[in-house]
Design a protein around this ligand. Structure first.
Ligand code: MOS
Length: 741
C-alpha cells in the first residue's frame, strides 16, 4: 500500500491493533506484571461492620503463620495525610488514606493488610486476624434519613445542583394531561471483568505502581496527597485495563494498601482484589429515589417538567450523581425544575458508574415521557418529535449538532415501529417500546508526543488508557492518516505517567480529547518535516504538506522523495508534541451526543418472565473514528441498558450496611442468553464545534435510552408500569392480563 491510501483511515473498521496481544494472553494487565524483584502478596482483612472504632486488633496468630512478612494495621501503617484532604484537585486527587486511625468507615473497610509470600499464605493468615470494633449507628438508606438531606456542593459534571426555569406550578396547573410518579433505581457495581489490581514498589521516596486505572494524572496526585510525597516521585503504569466503567477512574483501596505494604516490607507488593472485595473496596453507584411530574397541553406539547432526586453520598467523599441533568437538555417545555439532594452515609465510596446521570436519569425520565405520551394519546416517537427543542431547554444555548430527529425517524424505520403495539403469541405477551438517548459531549485537556525514526517508524506516547474501548486503534488511525503512513508502522504507547499527561478515559471524553492531541502532534511533525525538506533541498520550497506521506525510510510528496535520515536530528529521528483543550464552543454551545432506542420484549403471561427479543439503536456521535470499535462500544452500552432495566442491583442489608450479593452468582449482569441480536446504526456526521476530528463522545451513549426503551416495551406488553428498577417478574405478577380461554 502506498501512503495516500491511508487518507481515509479514520472511520475505517480497523481491527484492534492490541487484539492479537490480548487474545494470546501477552497483554500485561496490572496483576500480570512481574519485575526483577519477587513480589509479596497482600490480602485485605475487611471490617464485618459499618462505622465504628477499632477497640483492639490481635495479629499474633496471623504473624506466626508460614510465609507472612508483615501485617499492616492502623497501629503500624506508614504516615498518611488524612482522608479527603488536599481536595482542591477533586475527589480523584484527594488523599485516599486508609487505616490511618482506628476509624472504620463502612462494611468491608480494610482493617488490616496481610502481606505474605503467596496468596494462599496471605489469605490463611488473614482469617486469623482478630479485630474488635465498637460500632456506632450508621446511615445506609437515604429515604429513612431524608431529614438529613442536603444539597451537595456540586454534581458530577455540573455545578447547577437545582434549576428553575419558568413557573412550574402555574404551567402544571394549566396542563390538560398530567402524569406523576416516584421511581427507585438500585445500587449497582461496575463489576469489570478485571478486578482492581495493583503492584506497588518503593525506591526510597519514589513510588512505582502498576495498576488498572482510567486516569493516571489524578491517580498520581492521589498517591502524592495520601503519602505526602511529590507527584513527580510517583510513576503509574497502566497499559491495559480490563474494563473500567468508572470504577477505575481514580485510585482504589488495594492500590493505597499495596503502597503501604511495600513501604513496610521494603519489597514490591501485589494485591488483586477478589470479586467480593470489589463490592466494598471499589466504588459503586448509589440507589436513588426520583420523583417526576410532567404536564402537557391538549396538543401533546410539554408544559411543565419536575424531576428531583434523592441519594446517598459516602461520608467525606464528594460525589453526587446528576440524575436529573439529562432532563434539562431533553425537551422543550414552558417550565422546568430539577433538584438533587443527598444524605451523607456510611457506605463504601459512591462514584461514577457507566453514564453517571444519564443511565439512571433517562431510565426514569424517559419512562415518564412514555406515560405522558400515552396519556396524551400520541405515539411516543411523534410525541418526542413534537417536543424537540430548537435550543438547549435550560441554558438557551445553541446546539453544536443535534440529530435527534434523524435518530428517532431512522430508528422507527429500521425497527419497523408501528407504535407501542402489544400482541399475544400463545402465553407470550409481546410489546414494543422506545426511548431517546442523550449524553453530554465533553472535551478535556490532553498532550501527546510522537517520534519518527530514521527508518520510518512512528511512535506515539501519551498517558491515555485503553480500557477495552479501542484507544490504541483509533490513535493509530489518527496518526497514520495525518502523516500518510501505514498503520503497521505506527506504535501507540499508553498508560504511563512518564508520557505526556492526558485526561485519560472517562466521561466519554477520551477519544476526542486525546485523539485531537495526537492529531495536533502529527500535524506539527508534518510541517516540521516539510520545513526541513525545504532546507535540505530547495525543490521542496513552497510545497504544501497536505499530500506529504511517509513510505519506508523516506518522505514522499508527488514525485519527490527524501530519506528521513537526512532530515533527522542527531538522535536519528524527529519528534513533535501536540496538545488539545476544549474550545470556546464547549462553553457557548450545548454539546451532546444523541440516540433513539427501540425494544421488543416478550413477557410470559403466566410467570411474568421478561425476555428481550430485539433492540435497535440509532446514534448521533458526530464523526465515527472507527466503525468497528464504535459499534462494539455502543453494543456494550446497550447491554448495560438491558442490565439496568432487568437485572443489575446490589442489595444492601440495611440493618448492617452490608452489600449481600457480592459475586456474579448473585449480582446479575446480562449474559449472552439475555442479549438478542442488537441492531446498531450510526448516523454520519462531523461536529466541527466538538473538536478538529469532528467526533462526539460515544462510550456511554449506548447505555442511555436502552433501559427505558425496554421498560416502555414491558408496559406496552402488559399495560402495567413498574416504577422500580430492575424490573423483575415478581413486579408483574398480579398485573398480568387473564389467560385466554
Ligand atoms: Mo466513566 S463512569 O466517566 O468511566
Amino acid at each position: 500500500m502506498s501512503g495516500h491510501e491511508f487518507k481515509d483511515l479514520v472511520g475505517q473498521p480497523l481491527d484492534r491493533v492490541d487484539g492479537p496481544l490480548k487474545v494470546s494472553g501477552r497483554a500485561t494487565y496490572a496483576a500480570d506484571w512481574r519485575g526483577d524483584k519477587p513480589h509479596l502478596i497482600g490480602f485485605i482483612v475487611e471490617s464485618p461492620v459499618a462505622r465504628g472504632r477499632i477497640v483492639s486488633i490481635d495479629t499474633k496468630e496471623a504473624e506466626a503463620c508460614e510465609g507472612v512478612k508483615a501485617i499492616v494495621t492502623h497501629e503500624n501503617a506508614p504516615s498518611q495525610i488524612p482522608f479527603g484532604e488536599r481536595a482542591d484537585g477533586g475527589r480523584f486527587a484527594q488523599s485516599h488514606a486508609m487505616m490511618r486511625s482506628d476509624e472504620v468507615r463502612h462494611v468491608g473497610y480494610p482493617v488490616a493488610l496481610v502481606v505474605a509470600a503467596t496468596l494462599e499464605q496471605a489469605r490463611h493468615a488473614a482469617s486469623l486476624v482478630r479485630v474488635e470494633i465498637e460500632t456506632e449507628d450508621g446511615i445506609f438508606n437515604p429515604e429513612t434519613h431524608e431529614d438529613k438531606a442536603i444539597a451537595p456542593d456540586g454534581l458530577d459534571g455540573s455545578d447547577e445542583v437545582d434549576t428553575e426555569d419558568g413557573d412550574f406550578v402555574a404551567e402544571f396547573a394549566k396542563a390538560a394531561h398530567k402524569v406523576e410518579g416516584e421511581f427507585h433505581t438500585p445500587s449497582q457495581h461496575a463489576a469489570a471483568m478485571e478486578p482492581h489490581a495493583t503492584v506497588a514498589e518503593w525506591d526510597g521516596d519514589r513510588l512505582t505502581v502498576h495498576m488498572a486505572i482510567q486516569i493516571l494524572g489524578d491517580g498520581r496526585k492521589a498517591f502524592a496527597n495520601t503519602f505526602g510525597i511529590d507527584p513527580e516521585d510517583v510513576r503509574i503504569v497502566s497499559p491495559y485495563v480490563g474494563g473500567g466503567f468508572g470504577s477505575k477512574l481514580g485510585v482504589h483501596n488495594e492500590a493505597i494498601l499495596a503502597a503501604q505494604g511495600a513501604k513496610l516490607t521494603g519489597q514490591p507488593v501485589r494485591i488483586a482484589q477478589h470479586r467480593r472485595n470489589v463490592f466494598s473496596n471499589g466504588p459503586h453507584r448509589a440507589r436513588h429515589r426520583q420523583r417526576l411530574k410532567l404536564g402537557a397541553d391538549a396538543d401533546g406539547k410539554i408544559l411543565a417538567i419536575h424531576h428531583d432526586s434523592l441519594s446517598i453520598m459516602a461520608r467525606d467523599y464528594p460525589f453526587a450523581e446528576a440524575a436529573a441533568s439529562p432532563t434539562r437538555a431533553s425537551y422543550a417545555a414552558k417550565a422546568m425544575r430539577t433538584k438533587h439532594r443527598v444524605v451523607e452515609g456510611d457506605v463504601p465510596k459512591v462514584d461514577s458508574m457507566r453514564a453517571p446521570g444519564e443511565a439512571i436519569g433517562t431510565l426514569t425520565f424517559e419512562s415518564m415521557i412514555d406515560e405522558l405520551a400515552h396519556e396524551c394519546g400520541v405515539d411516543p416517537v411523534e410525541f418526542r418529535l413534537r417536543n424537540e427543542p430548537e435550543t438547549d431547554p435550560h441554558s438557551g444555548k445553541p446546539f453544536s449538532t443535534r440529530k435527534m430527529r434523524r435518530c428517532l425517524q431512522e430508528g422507527a424505520e429500521k425497527f419497523g415501529w408501528k407504535g407501542p403495539v402489544s400482541r399475544r403469541e400463545g402465553d407470550w405477551l409481546i410489546g414494543h417500546g422506545m426511548a431517546a438517548a442523550i449524553r453530554p459531549n465533553l472535551m478535556q485537556e490532553a498532550e501527546a508526543e510522537i517520534e519518527l525514526s530514521a527508518d520510518g517508524h512512528l511512535t506515539v506516547r501519551l498517558d491515555m488508557t485503553d480500557i477495552g474501548t479501542g484507544t490504541y486503534t483509533i490513535l493509530t488511525q489518527i496518526a497514520a492518516e495525518t502523516l500518510g503512513i501505514a498503520p503497521d508502522k505506527v506504535t501507540v504507547k499508553l498508560g504511563d505517567t512518564d508520557f505526556p499527561e492526558t485526561c485519560g478515559s472517562g466521561g466519554s471524553f477520551g477519544a476526542g480529547s486525546t485523539g485531537t492531541a495526537v492529531f495536533a502532534a502529527a500535524k506539527v511533525l508534518k510541517d516540521d518535516l516539510l520545513e526541513r525538506a525545504a532546507k535540505a533541498d530547495s525543490d521542496w520550497k513552497g510545497a504544501n504538506s497536505k499530500n506529504l506521506r511517509i513510505e519506508g525510510a523516506k518522505i514522499v510528496l508527488g514525485s519527490r522523495s527524501l530519506p528521513i535520515s537526512e532530515l533527522a536530528n542527531e538522535s536519528g529521528g524527529l519528534s513533535a508534541k501536540g496538545a488539545a483543550k476544549p474550545g470556546k464552543e464547549h462553553k457557548t454551545m450545548a454539546q451532546y451526543s444523541y440516540g433513539a432506542q427501540f425494544a421488543e420484549v416478550a413477557v410470559d403471561a403466566v410467570t411474568g418472565e421478561i425476555r428481550l427479543r430485539r433492540l435497535t439503536g440509532v446514534f448521533d456521535a458526530g464523526r465515527i473514528l472507527n466503525e468497528k470499535t464504535a459499534r462494539s462500544q455502543l453494543m456494550g452500552g446497550m447491554i448495560f441498558g438491558i442490565g439496568a432495566a432487568l437485572m443489575e442491583e446490589s442489595l444492601m442489608d440495611e440493618r448492617y450496611g452490608a452489600f449481600m450479593n457480592r459475586d456474579f452468582a448473585e449480582y446479575h449482569v446480562a449474559v449472552n442468553r439475555d442479549v438478542p441480536r442488537l441492531d446498531v446504526h450510526m448516523v454520519e456526521g462531523f461536529d466541527e464545534n466538538s473538536n478538529p476530528l469532528g467526533s462526539k463522545g460515544i462510550g456511554e451513549l449506548g447505555i442511555c435510552g436502552a433501559g427505558p426503551a425496554i421498560a416502555n416495551a414491558v408496559f406496552a406488553a402488559t399495560g402495567h408500569r413498574v416504577r422500580k428498577f430492575p424490573i423483575h417478574m415478581e413486579d408483574l405478577l398480579g398485573h398480568l392480563p387473564p389467560l385466554a380461554g
